[in-house]
Each structure stands twice: as structure tokens, then as C-alpha cells.
Write a protein that binds this ligand. Structure first.
Ligand code: NAG
Length: 396
């Protein structure tokens, strides 16, 4: 071998040396234990986690669902600033039907007899005026109540404010009843009808389970302990389960979630597929720094007064919006995911010898002997009758 071609020689060795595994038996309990233990961990992972916990042998599909709701209950209110009044579902459910959610009116600020006319603004620093010069005609403040006419009028005997063109009399929304007007709403019930399908598996199911008949449905009420299959929920009860007090939440309103979990294992050996209900308040009720709490909106009812003038009753409605949230994934045995996931999991077995080798070459007393024996560079020497074994690279 010529030294001048050493570089070329190295390259040729690098490319064309054929490496073939040779079996080296290490008769050591400790190395053997590390090897078997690592193997055991891999098998445990494949069987315990991949198969049992993750169910990686299954194909999955996510749920498609439809929800309809029907609230029932009556209330009677008799408070000082409103006529005694009977309420049924057409009065307190707004709008009459919604998708995946329903709103139950619980508290109200009613401003009857509004007509299109002119009146003095509600007093606050930007509306109080001394004379007409303070009020710009046509000025339109989105936070105000109307378009200014340019006049400064008496709001009360002591305060003057700018006059606006608006629906008058103006709503005064500071005197919200401290106790919810429709306190009786806590005893209303809602029937939730939820159909789900897993299209991939051609699976259809309702939350009105097959064993429920109509006479049972007329009397049952959901209770996690005694009647977990009944799809009729008492509002107070489901709020209480989420740790909320109905009367507290009813004063300023809020958003509440009825969550239906349809996660199912559809393999024949698994159990039946039933919905699981959980309840949670969705809006923020953090008592610290809770600016603008609750949920409210305004709507109006229009009519013609006897003298033909268009008149409306403005209602600022506070209440609880119930959102029905349906989720779930179903799994069923499939041959393709089984092969793919099993192959991926078992490929970890090829890491086992690496761990055992590392242990053998770094932690054992005889590691120098082992590392000398681990890689053998075979050199054929035609001059001698036997072959000799060297560990240096092509220098023999
Ligand atoms: C709701 O019903 C319960 C039991 O029937 C009753 O004690 C309670 O007073 C009712 N709530 C309201 C606000 O009427």
C-alpha cells in the first residue's frame, strides 16, 4: 500500500467495505437484564398504551349531530312597577327556536309607551348643558340615546340636558331588580332532543334511548344518581351541578353550557354507546374586576296607540343562554390503523440493542474488552497462512 494514495484508499474503504453483523455473546447477567428489561418496556408500551389506552387499532370518526330543545314552565309575577302578569314559554323564550341554544328570560327592564318624539337626554357629564349653545344640532353620540336637536331642556327641576330626537320616554336601565323577576324560571324544565350519527360506521343514535317510552318521558327528570338517561333537565338542577346558584345568575344573566359527550367505542366487545352529560358556566363570573357581567339584549314590541301613533314597549332582557355543545369521537377496529400503528410501535424494538450496547460499553467493568471485541476489522494477509485480526483501519 502506497502512502501517496492514502486518501484515495480511505475513500475506497469507506465506500466499498462491506459491514456484516457478527454475533458477539456477552455472558453477563447485568447486560442481559438491561436488554430484557428494555424489551419488556417496549412491549408494555405497545400493549398497554398503544392498544389498551390509545386504541390505536381503531378507525375513528367524529360526530354529526342535531339538537332541538323545548322548555316548559309557567311563572306569575306581581311586582310594584309592572302589572301582575302570567308568563308562559312564548313570553320568556327568545327567539322561539334557535340552533343548539335557547335563551330563558329571567330579568327585565321594561319601558312602555315609547313614541318617536323629543326628550331631554339622561344626565351625565357629556349631556348636561347650560344653554342651547352647548348642544350641537345633529350631533350623534353612539353612547347616547338619540340625535341632538340643538336645544337645552329641563331634565328635572335641577338639571338641564341636551334634547334628543329619539324613542321617548328614554329607558332608565339603572334600576335592575336585585332579585330576578322570573325567579320561578329555576323550576322550568327543558327537553333536549339530540340525534347523532357517525357516518363512517353508519351508526345512528338519539339521547332518547331505545328503552325510554313516552309515559316515562312524561314524568322523568334528569338526575345523575337516580335517572341519568332522562333527557329532561330542571334548570336549577343543572346549574347547581355546575356549582352555580340559579337566582344569582338570573339577576344579570349569563351563558351556560350543556355538554353532551358521545365518545364511544363501537367494537362489539365494548359496551353500549350512551351520551354523557356535563354542565358548565361558560361566561366569566369572576367576582373580582367583573366589569360588564352577565348577558342581556334589547328588543321591542310595536303597536299603534288609539290615536294612530306608532308606539313600542322596549324590553331590556336579561337571562341565561343555554348552549348545547355536542362532541365525540367513535372508534371501531380497522385493519389499516392496526398494521400502521403496530408497525410503528414495534419499530421501537430496534432501539433495544442500542440501549443494551450503550450499557455494555459504558457501565460495565469489562467495557474495554467488550469494545475491543465489538467491531472487528478483518484483514487478509496472503503472506501468512492464517488471517490476522486488526482493529486499525487498513494499516496492517
Ligand atoms: C321551585 O320548586 C321548589 C320545589 O317544588 C319550590 O320549593 C321552590 O319554591 C320553587 N321555586 C320558585 C322560585 O318558585
Amino acid at each position: 500500500m502506497s502512502k501517496s494514495t492514502g486518501c484515495c484508499q480511505d475513500f475506497l474503504h469507506y465506500v466499498f467495505d462491506y459491514e456484516t453483523p457478527k454475533t458477539l455473546v456477552i455472558p453477563s447477567i447485568r447486560v442481559g437484564f438491561v436488554f430484557r428489561f428494555t424489551q419488556f418496556l417496549v412491549v408494555l408500551y405497545v400493549v398497554g398504551y398503544v392498544c389498551v389506552v390509545q386504541k390505536a387499532y381503531q378507525e375513528t370518526d367524529s360526530v354529526s349531530s342535531s339538537v332541538t330543545t323545548k322548555v316548559k314552565g309557567f311563572a306569575y309575577t306581581n311586582i310594584s312597577d309592572m302589572e301582575p302578569r302570567f308568563w308562559d314559554v312564548a313570553d320568556y323564550i327568545i327567539p322561539p327556536q334557535g340552533d343548539n341554544s335557547f335563551f330563558v328570560l329571567t330579568n327585565i327592564i321594561m319601558t312602555p309607551g315609547q313614541t318617536q318624539s323629543r326628550c331631554a337626554e339622561l344626565p351625565n357629564p357629556s349631556t348636561i348643558c347650560a344653554d342651547d349653545c352647548d348642544c350641537i344640532e345633529g350631533y350623534n353620540d353612539p353612547r347616547g340615546n338619540g340625535i341632538r336637536t340643538g336645544l337645552c331642556e329641563n331634565y328635572s327641576s335641577t338639571v338641564k340636558t341636551c334634547e334628543v330626537l329619539s324613542w321617548c320616554p328614554l329607558e332608565i336601565d339603572t334600576n335592575l331588580p336585585k332579585r330576578a323577576l322570573l325567579a320561578a324560571a329555576e323550576n322550568f324544565t327543558v327537553l333536549i332532543k339530540n340525534s347523532v350519527t357517525y357516518p363512517k360506521f353508519n351508526f345512528h343514535m338519539r339521547n332518547i334511548l331505545p328503552h325510554i317510552n313516552s309515559s316515562y318521558l312524561k314524568t322523568c327528570e334528569f338526575s345523575r344518581e337516580t335517572d341519568p338517561d332522562c333527557p329532561i333537565f330542571r334548570l336549577r338542577h343543572i346549574l347547581a351541578e355546575a356549582g352555580e346558584d340559579f337566582q344569582d345568575m338570573a339577576v344579570k344573566g349569563g351563558v351556560f353550557g350543556i355538554i353532551i359527550d358521545w365518545s364511544c367505542d363501537l367494537d362489539w366487545w365494548a359496551g353500549k354507546c350512551y351520551p354523557k352529560y356535563t354542565f358548565r358556566r361558560l361566561d366569566n363570573k369572576n367576582p373580582v374586576n367583573n366589569v360588564a357581567p352577565g348577558y342581556n339584549f334589547r328588543y321591542a314590541k310595536y303597536y299603534k296607540s288609539p290615536n294612530g301613533e306608532e308606539t313600542r314597549t322596549l324590553i331590556k332582557a336579561y337571562g341565561i343562554r343555554f348552549d348545547v355543545i355536542v362532541f365525540g369521537t367513535a372508534g371501531k377496529f380497522g385493519i389499516v390503523p392496526t398494521i400502521v400503528n403496530l408497525g410503528a410501535a414495534l419499530s421501537f424494538l430496534s432501539l433495544v440493542p442500542i440501549v443494551a450496547d450503550w450499557f455494555m460499553l459504558t457501565c460495565m467493568k469489562k467495557r474495554h474488552l467488550y469494545s475491543k471485541q465489538k467491531v472487528t476489522y478483518l484483514v487478509e494477509e496472503p503472506e501468512t497462512e492464517s488471517t490476522s485480526i486488526g482493529t486499525m483501519y487498513g494499516t496492517q
